[in-house]
Design a protein. Structure first.
Length: 257
């Protein structure tokens, strides 16, 4: 159309490797893959190799960066610049179906608890492009967790502060150990006076980092509130299950806000 200029819209697809991959060894985006999906470093293992593969029939360019990684209680990632982790190369081009290894290393000693970082692999636009693309261009940025493990690995967790206020159930899942864990699931059930389950919901916890906490707040449907006389929370952790119960003899939710 005359008199109008068309602009390319670039959409970034963020892939948090390890989020729902279980014990998978490779994370695959639409156009490239990274193997492994998690890097573990320690006093005895100061470096590791990460393989980046172009899964397309066209050359691809990438830029790598690293950030320290912490979490808010709601699970949001908090990232900050760091010099603890070094890697090479930072920029690379892969031909069609080509793969290349990136060496990742640590410059600091382990601490009393696990230190956590993210290695980001960002897809770049091609250097030469015959025609300007129209519409939406999808590009991917993948984040690979890096764990600098302490000398003593202690897995320990706790459920705390189970409460109901204004129709919402809240509780916290604490990591009181020295290494991260990833719950297989957090299940919340509400029971009526006869012991029948009238509320059943599963929450996603993702990573809970060492010394960190994951706060949950779940709405309870109004038509179930008055029936519930107790809640049970179960967190399925690798090798164990945490369980806590809240009694609500006068009803679960009280006056709705």
């Amino acid at each position: 159309m005359a008199g109008h200029s068309w602009r390319m819209l670039i959409v970034w697809t963020m892939v948090a490797a390890g989020l729902a991959l279980g014990q998978a060894t490779a994370a695959r985006a639409a156009s490239f893959s990274v193997n492994p999906t998690q890097v573990f470093l320690s006093a005895s293992t100061r470096s590791a190799l990460v393989t980046l593969k172009n899964e397309t029939d066209q050359p691809m360019r990438f830029e790598l960066s690293v950030m320290s990684w912490s979490q808010e209680p709601d699970g949001q990632m908090q990232l900050a610049p760091t010099e603890d982790i070094v890697f090479f190369p930072a920029l690379l081009t892969l031909n069609a179906r080509e793969e290349r290894k990136v060496r990742v290393g640590v410059t600091v000693p382990p601490g009393a608890v696990e230190k956590t970082y993210r290695l980001f692999v960002e897809e770049l636009p091609p250097l030469e492009q015959r025609e300007a693309p129209a519409g939406v261009v999808m590009r991917t940025k993948m984040g690979i967790p890096i764990f600098l493990q302490p000398a003593r690995l202690t897995a320990q967790a706790a459920l705390r502060d189970l409460a109901v206020t204004g129709g919402r159930l809240s509780f916290r899942l604490l990591n009181t150990g020295t290494v991260h864990f990833t719950p297989d699931g957090v299940r919340v059930r509400g029971f009526d006076a006869s012991g029948a389950a009238v509320f059943d919901q599963t929450a996603t916890a993702w990573y809970v980092l060492a010394g960190g906490v994951r706060a949950f707040e779940l709405p309870v449907p109004g038509n179930r509130c008055g029936q519930i006389r107790s809640f049970t929370v179960e967190a399925q952790l690798p090798g164990s299950t945490l369980k806590d119960t809240l009694q609500t003899p006068d009803g679960a939710c009280g006056k709705q806000p």
